[in-house]
Design a binder for this molecule. Structure first.
Ligand code: NAG
Ligand code: NAG
Ligand code: NAG
Ligand code: NAG
Ligand code: NAG
Ligand code: NAG
Ligand code: NAG
Ligand code: NAG
Ligand code: NAG
Ligand code: NAG
Length: 788
């Protein structure tokens, strides 16, 4: 009876009131009711404890449990706070940003951004970084870390938050998010994988409320196949890894807000992918109460102060009222709280957890005298441990060598070194990168995904240390305008043996990038340097991709794309420059010859910005799956440097290609009766074929490379828009000079299937599938076919 009432309420009221709207390109079908947690996948004992806890709660306490208290105006020590319930010995939950550091904490590490992790193509580093970051969150008393990020995936090369995620390739992102979540949760901290889903641009990600009508947020209109094979793909990996929570995103999907889209939350996430944790909203991303709850939202963040104070919130007191007046079944509220508490027990967070470090209160705007609840605060703790060595190594591992004329690198103890560019210098604007500052290195981007540095080793500082260790002269100019205004004439002796130019490209939450050329007059900086220095090494830090207008300049003898290495940035680059670390990073995206070779894929214009049409902002993802290298392959465009590319100080070769089909004549689709565990139908993850090859280091020094496997599904069967090639395997391999090793790639059913929109399932093609193994998306030496 209840359910019928609820359903009919939704069929009539919510469609009209809460904007499950129809656009030309995509419509969001209603999917109700919201599935209950079952504990499937090993959480059953934790679920029982959570149920027992929920049974003790009053209605008001339940409402508080789903309503995050934010520091701004409704104080608590963390960026999001769930109130303690002393009566039940529950000390509350502390939620903290972000994906590469505890953003606001002091004496904590700033790790490399996920962009750097992606460029390292290394499962072990991804896992270890997750472990260390979570150690720090735990040490500071934070049960829930707001990361990692696989949305944005990186549809547009201009996306302002792409660097917070891994790569526009869903497979690479999927493997790395899985390792990150596993690493984080292995030390008892809840991961919150975000932002679900289609959060591919910053412009108009939220509604704008001016004097006129509210102009709604941009709508990402995504067809079903693209959703499954591209944007949803890495989220499935995060679920499979057991992510405790998912953060729904700001923008609309097919016309319906990300935190009240029942198809995305109830349908895809909780039904199809079997999600057992809780969905929390992005900050201010909730636009309704009961409608969002019925669509699958479990926690409102921030929620206003909740029931106890009566301050405004779509949740809080409204949840209590809605249960009392019959518009929200209490069973749904119970499920929300149970979903929140199950990972808490599963990760043993009830067995004693460090108190929240009192110094994490952001900027001390909200002193604890203002707290309504009694949060337990602990002393200042330094949580950095020995994490700096991993940070340094990973920063180097995520650096990609694109050009190395005449073996300029590694440097051979040059005696006269020039260092140029504003990115070489130490910070000049404080220890939190918060805007596009001129002088100062760029180790990570801005916004909620940044970190408060306890120190940074600048490139200049590290080069001085290194050069002076053997008596070299290090000359430097860190003002770009000084360089472009001919201050290079001050060098003596001149020219230096090597000139190292440091450029940077800024990006931050809240804005998309307006250019893909490094900022601060970077082209002129390179040109001025090469005009006096025929041995110029260019190092580029920051957001990616960038086009490199000077890449064919003969005096640019080496190019290093150094991404966002975190606090040890200078040491990481020195390790690569002097050859302590042999570069092994590979591009996790495509570098085009020029900006206009990319499709911009941003919805934005002067007209839109001026529009008062509430529904003006529509982003139709008509390119489907063909983003980044899949776009270049489909359109036969030649990039400057392709996806997967990166040089080394040694060389590698491939041989002995073998394929084997594990499960011959497999059913075309996974059995509908098979179990659904977090991550989806279990048969999707079963290995159906393997491909192997031998990798040999053919050079004279040891080094690492990444063997990459791409598959070509038969377009005749999979349909139009099928990528020419898609990454479906990779392995980082370290080999001594002359050494060989075998690599074996396991291909799961999902890896070889396409999403059949009619049958609403993954389907293995009947025709042969092309398989290619090589060292980049365009350097594919070994080619064959498999039939499964
Ligand atoms: C978006 O719209 C397309 C086309 O109508 C539909 O196939 C797909 O399931 C919708 N996805 C969501 C999340 O609403
Ligand atoms: C969830 O469980 C409750 C009982 O606790 C039940 O009343 C409700 O119908 C279930 N909902 C769904 C969607 O199965
Ligand atoms: C309930 O939500 C409405 C917005 O729909 C808000 O105006 C009101 O203040 C909320 N009430 C409480 C008690 O938070
Ligand atoms: C019940 O309460 C909710 C939350 O305050 C409100 O949105 C809704 O209109 C109320 N419904 C009825 C029938 O009173
Ligand atoms: C309260 O919880 C703590 C862990 O947070 C535990 O050590 C303690 O034994 C609990 N006390 C009671 C009375 O259950
Ligand atoms: C906080 O602690 C004080 C002192 O023990 C107590 O009087 C007060 O009621 C507590 N407040 C809450 C919200 O629990
Ligand atoms: C950029 O470089 C050009 C060429 O060297 C120079 O003329 C110009 O002044 C520079 N712009 C700024 C803002 O420094
Ligand atoms: C390269 O260096 C040589 C020698 O210093 C110089 O003559 C030439 O103009 C430089 N080329 C460029 C493009 O800067
Ligand atoms: C969006 O469009 C406006 C108006 O054309 C422009 O000024 C702005 O730079 C654009 N933003 C981006 C990120 O392209
Ligand atoms: C493959 O399986 C199908 C049904 O599962 C069966 O009809 C067919 O004969 C099998 N083919 C081979 C070659 O075994």
């Amino acid at each position: 009876m209840w359910r019928m009432l609820t359903l009919s309420w939704f069929a009539t009221v919510s469609v009209a009131q809460f904007g499950i709207e129809h656009t030309q390109y995509g419509t969001s079908p209603p999917v109700y009711p919201s599935p209950n947690i079952t504990g499937a996948g090993g959480w059953e004992p934790a679920l029982e404890k959570a149920r027992a806890f929920v049974a003790e709660l009053t209605l008001e306490e339940k409402a508080d449990m789903v309503t995050v208290l934010i520091n701004a105006g409704t104080p608590g020590p963390c960026v999001g706070n769930i109130a303690p319930i002393p009566r039940l010995n529950f000390s509350g939950l502390c939620l903290q940003d972000g994906p590469l550091a505890i953003r606001q904490a002091v004496l904590a590490s700033v790790f490399p951004a996920q962009l750097t992790v992606a460029a390292a193509w290394d499962r072990t580093y991804a896992h270890q970084r997750g472990v260390y970051m979570a150690d720090e969150f735990k040490g500071k008393g934070s049960q829930i870390a707001l990361g990692p990020v696989v949305g944005p995936l990186g549809r547009s090369p201009y996306g302002g938050r792409n660097w917070e995620g891994f790569s526009p390739d869903p497979y690479l992102s999927g493997i790395l998010v899985e390792e990150t979540v596993k690493g984080m949760q292995s030390v008892g901290v809840q991961a919150c994988t975000k932002h679900y889903i289609g959060n591919e641009q910053e412009i108009q990600r939220n509604p704008s409320r001016g004097p006129g009508p509210t102009v709604e947020a941009v709508s990402s209109n995504i067809d079903d196949r693209t959703m499954h094979e591209t944007y949803l793909w890495p989220f499935a990996n995060a679920l499979r890894a057991g992510t405790a929570s998912i953060m729904c995103s700001y923008q609309r999907i097919n016309g319906s807000y990300g935190c009240q889209n029942s198809k995305a939350l109830n349908g895809l996430l909780k039904e199809e992918l079997g999600f057992q944790g809780y969905v929390m909203s992005d900050w201010g991303g909730t636009h309704s109460g009961v409608a969002s709850i019925q669509a699958g939202l479990d926690m409102n963040m921030p929620g206003g102060i909740g029931f106890t104070s009566g301050t405004t919130s779509f949740f809080g007191g409204n949840v209590t009222t809605a249960v009392n007046n019959g518009s929200l079944p209490v069973e749904r509220l119970n499920d929300m709280v149970t979903r929140i508490m199950t990972p808490f027990y599963f990760l043993g967070q009830d067995k004693g957890f460090p108190a929240t470090d009192a110094t994490v209160e952001p900027l001390n705007f909200f002193p604890k005298e203002n707290y309504v609840h009694n949060f337990t605060l602990g002393p200042l703790v330094d949580v950095r441990e020995g994490h700096r060595s991993l940070i340094r190594e990973l920063g180097a591992a995520g650096t990609v060598l694109l050009k190395n004329t005449g073996n300029t690198l590694p440097l051979k103890q040059p005696k006269n070194i020039g260092v140029f560019g504003n990115d070489a210098a130490d910070f000049s604007q404080g220890l939190i990168p918060s805007n596009d500052y001129d002088i100062g290195t760029l180790p990570v981007g801005g916004g909620s995904g940044t970190g408060r540095f306890s120190y940074v080793v600048s490139p200049l500082e590290a080069i001085k240390t290194r050069g002076q260790s053997y008596g070299a002269l290090v000359q430097y100019i860190t003002s770009n305008s000084a360089i472009t205004n001919r201050r290079l004439s001050s060098l003596a002796p001149s020219p230096p043996d090597v000139c190292i130019v440091f450029l940077k490209s800024w990006a931050s939450e809240g804005d998309d990038r307006t250019t893909l050329i490094a900022e601060w007059n970077s082209t002129a900086v390179v040109e001025q340097t090469t005009s006096v220095c025929s041995n110029t090494v260019v190092v580029l830090h920051g957001a990616a991709p960038n086009v490199l207008p000077w890449r064919d300049n003969a005096n640019v003898t080496a190019i290093l794309i150094a991404h966002m290495p975190g606090q040890e940035t200078g040491n990481s680059i020195v390790d690569v420059l002097w050859g302590q670390t042999n570069p092994s990073g590979k591009l996790p995206y495509t570098i085009a010859k020029q900006e206009s070779d990319y499709k911009k894929l941003l919805t934005n214009s002067t007209e839109l910005l001026a529009s008062t049409d509430p529904d003006a902002w529509q982003a139709d993802f008509t390119e489907g799956q063909l983003i980044d290298y899949r776009e270049f392959d489909a359109e036969n465009k030649t990039p400057a440097y392709e996806f997967g590319f990166g040089l080394s100080y040694t060389t590698f070769d491939l041989s002995a290609f073998q394929t084997s089909v594990t499960s011959s004549n497999a059913t075309r689709t996974p059995r509908a009766t098979a179990k659904v565990l977090p991550g989806g139908n279990v048969e999707l993850w079963e290995t159906v074929a393997t491909v192997s090859a031998t990798v040999t280091n053919t050079g004279t020094v040891s080094g690492a490379t990444v063997a990459q496997l791409y598959v070509s599904l038969p377009a005749a069967e999979a349909g139009p828009g099928t990528p020419v090639r898609s990454l479906r395997g990779f392995e980082k391999m370290t080999l001594g000079a002359g050494e060989s090793a075998k690599v074996t790639f396991s291909l799961a059913r999902r890896d070889l299937s396409f999403w059949d929109t009619g049958a609403q399932t993954w389907r293995l093609p009947s025709r042969a599938i092309g398989v290619h193994v090589g060292f980049s998306s365009r350097d594919l030496k070994l080619n064959g076919e498999i039939s499964v």
